[in-house]
Design a protein around this ligand. Structure first.
Ligand code: NAD
Ligand code: UD1
Length: 336
């Protein structure tokens, strides 16, 4: 059985849907701090297969102990975490308690139950900014950044350390670049658009009239059109990367790092333009000052993931945006 932490969130819900489609036995743990139980209903519409949902927190050790006792867990896909850079700057200890301590709790209970297979959601935000583009897995991650990134670096280091000591662990750390898009059914996607302040939720807020205009954070970067360039990857390609990573670690002890991106960059203006075309409505925007901490451009070197995982992102930008549109239209009343 696979334990999916954070399975009601944006990325986790797509993993749940895909694993159910593959007839896998799963149990989901989520504290619903950044999601809603209604996501489960939506997943149930995609697949008639029911799954166990446990409403609870990673930091509840007693709950984790009984979860592992009651279910024969073999592998953990660990998505649960808080992820807002700006919030992490306001409340740093929240990020260490939730992400770092929560993960340590999970590892402790996994160890006690002799469960050693783990796929962890890391982020491109761990890379030191001065690294040459495209970013490769072996590049440095030494610098302190903001508590969100630092929490991910700390977890990566803890995972490296436990693997170094106990050779039974089989761990895949996946460094996501910018996941966007939605499930092809339009039934699940990024529901939490009010609180999330990334580019796509903000474009969608503007499209739906929840804000008058999108703020574009700077047009004076050294990039093709002056706006920030990022590596956007379709959420379903991101999930297929997880499944390949899960297969890879089955018979290989140790720790492995893979980038999950598309391997190319698009600018903010290119994304706005594509959304305006596909949504059939102009997305109003205003150029404002740079957002503190933003880099001009970066994208992933995905050769290691392609080679070792025999994986390739298949869905292009048009597909990322058209699936988002389908989701926004179909799930308008479920967005929060
Ligand atoms: P999300 O907020 O949509 O999902 C995370 C889920 O975890 C939520 O449902 C939340 O309620 C749950 N959760 C948080 N803390 C928990 C805890 N202590 N116990 C139990 N449940 C808890 O975020 P997401 O976009 O799906 O991201 C999933 C993971 O991927 C996170 O670890 C995030 O840091 C990482 N990541 C995301 C992105 C991105 O752009 N979405 C990029 C890089 C890395
Ligand atoms: C951000 C986080 C990163 C995190 C990732 C996924 C920062 C500095 N980085 O990455 O740590 O791993 O989200 O959660 O917050 N943009 C606008 N207007 C907007 C929103 C974004 O112009 O309203 C621009 C940004 O300046 C950037 C691009 O769009 O150039 C993408 O931004 P975003 O979606 O927030 O992702 P990242 O900044 O790449």
């Amino acid at each position: 059985m696979i334990l999916i932490t954070g399975g009601c969130g944006y990325v986790g819900s797509h993993a749940v849907a895909r694993l159910l489609e593959l007839n896998q036995d799963i149990v989901v743990l989520d504290n619903l701090s950044n999601s809603s139980k209604s996501v489960i209903k939506q997943i149930n519409k995609i697949s008639d297969k029911k799954f166990k949902f446990i409403h609870g927190d990673l930091n509840d050790r007693t709950l984790l102990i009984s979860l592992f006792k009651d279910n024969k867990i073999d592998t953990v896909l660990h998505f649960a975490g808080v992820k807002s850079v700006s919030e992490s700057i306001k409340f740093p200890t929240k990020y260490y308690l939730n992400n770092v301590a929560g993960t340590i709790n999970l590892l402790k209970v996994m160890e006690q139950n002799h469960v050693f297979k783990l796929i962890f959601s890391s982020s491109a935000t761990v890379y030191d900014p001065e690294n040459q583009i495209p970013w490769k897995e072996e590049f440095s991650t030494d610098k302190l950044k903001h508590p969100y990134a630092d929490s991910k670096i700390m977890i990566e280091n803890i995972l490296k350390s436990i693997c170094n000591i106990n050779k039974k662990w089989k761990i895949g750390m996946l460094r996501y670049f910018n996941p966007i898009g939605a499930h092809s059914s339009g039934l699940i996607g990024e529901f939490n658009i009010n609180k999330n302040t990334n580019l796509m939720p903000n474009i969608n807020k503007t499209f739906l009239g929840r804000q008058n205009s999108l703020y574009v954070y700077g047009n004076d970067f050294q990039t093709k059109d002056g706006t920030g360039v990022r590596d956007y990857i379709h959420i379903e390609d991101l999930i297929s990367g997880h499944l390949r990573a899960r297969d890879f670690i089955q018979n290989k002890n140790g720790i492995f790092i893979w980038n999950l991106g598309a391997g190319k960059g698009y600018s903010v203006l290119e994304i706005i333009e594509k959304c305006s075309t596909i949504y059939g409505k102009k997305i109003n925007y205003k150029i404002v000052d740079r957002r503190p901490g933003d880099l001009g451009e970066y994208w992933a070197d995905i050769r290691k993931s392609e080679k070792e995982l025999n994986w390739k992102p298949k869905r292009n930008l048009d597909r990322m945006i058209s699936d988002t549109y389908k989701f926004i239209i179909k799930s308008k009343n479920n967005l929060f």
